[in-house]
Structures are given as structure tokens and as C-alpha cells.
Design a protein. Structure first.
Length: 450
């Protein structure tokens, strides 16, 4: 019996123990093979067992693995920061390194608040976010998150931040055009700022494509452009949380690039090191750094492992690999193929209300009734059943069930490594189809769906 904390007692059994991984496949110690159809938690975006990354890891470990960030910088950290400045839009030229997505959003929140303090406007210290959102599990990050399931136990302890509705095109009012829906959703930000008072609001945070709390929900064109205008009008910083969408996942360098909008701060994690090491980042604009430099002179954030040379060398090797193999472009091409296959499944199977996504970040939303789009009770765990069935068949997919009971649906994320081939997508789809059909049959037998 292993004593690892990752074991889920409610499953009544232990998880299989992993042996190794190669490309999109993982193998457990019993010899079972799994397609990593979600890149773990939308993380392993260059696939498993990449030699170049292992070599970079070894080379850096031989030189030096750890120095403390207030004693030294390192070549690895400087090269990585320079590369990120090249990748990032506008004047997002400065990176503060951390080790997880939650630390990255928590740091973004603190930098935004500090920025206004340095400007002599300390009351600007609240962050507006959206109900369908996930920005991390630590208390500050959770305060900005709408993920109901993850907030529930801690709600009374969370910061009282305002939240607005994000666009959810599948469930928009039928008599509204996409264009006016996009504007109406974005204009909610203006209402929220005016209600709270612009002098109380430091920043607005949003995922360019909603991940864990909705399942690859893509906003309509025009939404983020209008958000940017509103942020500018009321002097509110815009934080793009790219922890899930960044580094090529959606078929552009960053999710927000699809709409040509430049945020003031951007957070990265997951695909930034593709799971080879814990690594994440908060990237900020020249204006923010100049203000803090002229003011107190230091960012009041940081962790023991911030700017860790070992993790930076690994992340640099991952970004080199993404560039060398043109994985951003591949994510766009192969992602379009993946989405087309998922849409075919959705046309065929009544359990699937919608197949959606952008690049290699896709999802299926399950519904009780395809015509009325009636969602399942989240407690019914239909997505969870599909995940379990897929797992038994050797396919890993990821839950997106943090929505609001009766409002947001029950979805699963399909987000394989960006390296996946067309044949491998076909293999993934055929296992997924078997899993959905099995659950659909079970629900039909119990008369839970028509
Ligand atoms: N932000 C987004 C958009 C995420 O999807 C996640 C994780 O799923 C986080 C932040 C938190 O990242 P981590 O789990 O690495 O702390």
C-alpha cells in the first residue's frame, strides 16, 4: 500500500503506478498503455520522454541546480526571460518566475495591487473576475476563481471580489446575435467597475478560453477588444491568465493573440515546461516594471524556488522544442482536425450537446436533452463517468465541471500533446466514442436520457 497523498480513498482502489511515457503514450507498471488525451492536466504539450529536454536537465544539473533569486540570476533564467519577451505581445517584457499556475495568478494579483500603491492610489485593490473561471487553488487565486466546486469549502474565507458573467456562446439567449452577446457580456465589466467604483478596482482577470470550469469555452470575436477598451477607460489593468492557453495550446503563441489584444499582465504555467518540471511565470509590461522600479524598487512576491535555474533550463529546452518542431502551427492544424472529428461525434451521439474548442484545447459538453440543452446536475457526474470509462479503455481526458448547478454544463476536455498525428487523433476519437456510447447506454437503460 503506497502512502502517496495522490491516492483517492473514495475510489476504493489505488491508481495504477506509472512506468514510463513516450510521445502521446503513457505505460503503467502492469504493462497497460494509455493515450494521454488531455496532456495530463493540459500540461504535457510536447509529449513524454523527449530526449532534448532530458539532456538539458542533466546539463544544467551538472552546472548548478539551485541558487536563491536574491543572490544570483543565471544564464538559464536570463535566456528564458528574453525568449518569453520575444514571444509575448506588446511591451510584456518582464518575467517573474514561480513554480505553479496558482503562484503565477497570485503574483499577478499582488503586482497589480502594488502597481496602484506605487502610483499613490492604494484603494485600487480589488480584482474583478468571471463566474466561469479557474485561476488556481491558493486563497488569493481561488478568490478570483468562479470554480464552484473548488471554492465551496472556503467561500467565507475568500476575498470579496466582484465577478461578472463570461460569454458562453452555447447557452447564449437565442434571440441575440453573437456580436451583441459578446458586447453585452463585456459591458458587464463596465457595470461592475461603476458599481464598485473605479477607484477600488486594480485589475480584471480572465482566461482567454475558459478551461477547467467550463471546458474550452471560446469567447465570440469582439469580446476581448471591448474588455480592453473598458479597462483602458477606467484605468483597470487587464490580466490574461494563459496558464492553460499559453505556449501554443490554442494554435497561437497565446490565447489572447487570437483577438490581437495586449494585456498588462499575463500568467503562464502548464505548457511552459510541458510537465518536465514545475515552472510558471507572471509576465508584466514595461509600464508596470518602470513604476515599481521608480517607486519601492522591488516586487513584494516570491518563493524559494522562484527563478530556479534548473527549471528555467528545462523550460527553455521545451520552448526551443516547440519552436523547432513548429508546434504552435501544428496545434492550429491538428487541432482543427481534432475538433472536426469531435463535431462528428456530437452530431451522432445524443449525449453530446456541443463539441467546441480552439487549437488543441477542445471539449465535449454533455446534456440531458440535445434540443433544450438541459444540463445534467453536476452532482450526477456524467463527465466523470465518461472519464472513468475512457480511462478503462486506455484514454486519459480531463474534467471541466466547475460550473454553476443548472447553468453551466458538465464537460470533459480533450487536449492531447501538440505533437499528436492524424492517425493518433483517429485512435483517440475511436476510444472516446466507445466511452461516450457506453455511458449513454447506461443512462438510457436507467431512463435518465431520452
Ligand atoms: N489558471 C488556469 C487558467 C488554470 O487552468 C490553472 C490550473 O488548471 C491554474 C491557473 C492553476 O495552476 P496550477 O494548478 O499549476 O496551480
Amino acid at each position: 500500500m503506497t502512502k502517496s497523498y495522490v491516492i483517492k480513498p473514495e475510489l476504493g482502489k489505488e491508481y495504477p503506478v506509472i512506468s514510463h511515457g513516450k510521445g502521446i503514450y503513457l505505460y503503467d507498471k502492469e504493462g497497460n498503455r494509455y493515450i494521454d488525451g488531455s496532456s495530463g492536466a493540459v500540461t504535457a504539450s510536447i509529449g513524454h520522454g523527449v530526449e532534448e529536454v532530458a539532456e538539458a536537465m542533466y546539463a544544467q544539473a551538472k552546472e548548478v541546480s539551485f541558487v536563491y533569486r536574491s543572490h544570483f540570476s543565471s544564464d538559464a533564467v536570463e535566456k528564458l526571460a528574453t525568449k518569453l519577451a520575444e514571444w509575448a505581445p506588446g511591451s510584456l517584457n518582464w518575467t517573474f518566475f514561480v513554480s505553479s499556475g496558482s503562484e503565477a495568478t497570485e503574483t499577478a494579483q499582488k503586482i497589480a495591487i502594488q502597481y496602484w500603491q506605487e502610483k499613490g492610489r492604494p484603494t485600487k485593490n480589488r480584482i474583478i473576475s468571471r463566474w466561469m473561471s479557474y485561476h488556481g487553488i491558493t486563497m488569493g487565486a481561488l478568490s478570483m476563481s468562479g470554480h464552484v466546486l473548488r471554492r465551496k469549502r472556503f467561500t467565507s474565507l475568500l476575498a470579496d471580489y466582484p465577478a461578472i458573467t463570461g460569454p458562453y456562446p452555447y447557452r447564449k439567449p437565442e434571440d441575440m446575435s453573437l456580436e451583441s452577446y459578446a458586447l453585452a457580456c463585456a459591458n458587464e465589466l463596465e457595470t461592475a467597475i461603476l458599481r464598485v467604483g473605479p477607484e477600488q478596482v486594480a485589475a480584471f482577470i480572465a482566461e482567454p478560453v475558459i478551461g477547467a470550469s467550463g471546458g474550452a469555452v471560446v469567447p465570440p470575436d469582439g469580446y476581448f477588444q471591448r474588455i480592453r477598451e473598458i479597462c483602458d477607460k477606467y484605468e483597470v489593468l487587464f490580466i490574461a491568465d494563459e496558464v492553460m492557453t499559453g505556449v501554443g495550446r490554442t494554435g497561437k503563441a497565446f490565447g489572447i493573440d487570437h483577438w490581437g489584444v495586449v494585456p498588462d499582465l499575463m500568467t503562464l504555467g502548464k505548457g511552459m515546461s510541458a510537465g518536465y518540471t514545475p515552472m510558471a511565470a507572471t509576465i508584466v509590461s514595461d509600464e508596470i516594471i518602470e513604476t515599481i522600479t521608480k517607486g519601492s524598487g522591488s516586487i513584494m512576491a516570491g518563493h524559494t524556488y522562484s527563478a530556479n535555474p534548473q527549471s528555467a533550463a528545462v523550460s527553455l529546452a521545451v520552448l526551443d522544442y516547440v519552436e523547432k518542431h513548429q508546434l504552435v502551427e501544428k496545434a492550429a492544424e491538428q487541432g482543427a482536425y481534432l475538433l472536426a472529428q469531435l463535431k462528428e461525434l456530437a452530431d451522432e451521439l445524443p449525449l453530446i450537446g456541443e463539441a467546441r474548442g480552439l487549437g488543441m484545447l477542445c471539449a465535449l459538453e454533455f446534456v440531458k436533452n440535445k434540443q433544450t440543452k438541459e444540463p445534467f446536475a453536476l452532482s450526477g457526474g456524467v463527465g466523470g463517468k465518461v472519464i472513468q470509462k475512457a480511462f478503462e479503455k486506455g484514454l486519459l481526458i480531463y474534467p471541466a465541471m466547475g460550473g454553476i448547478e443548472g447553468v453551466a454544463g458538465d464537460a470533459v476536455i480533450i487536449s492531447p500533446p501538440l505533437t499528436i498525428t492524424t492517425e493518433q487523433i483517429d485512435e483517440l476519437i475511436s476510444l472516446l466514442k466507445e466511452a461516450v456510447i457506453a455511458v449513454q447506454q447506461e443512462l438510457q437503460d436507467k431512463a435518465l436520457i431520452g
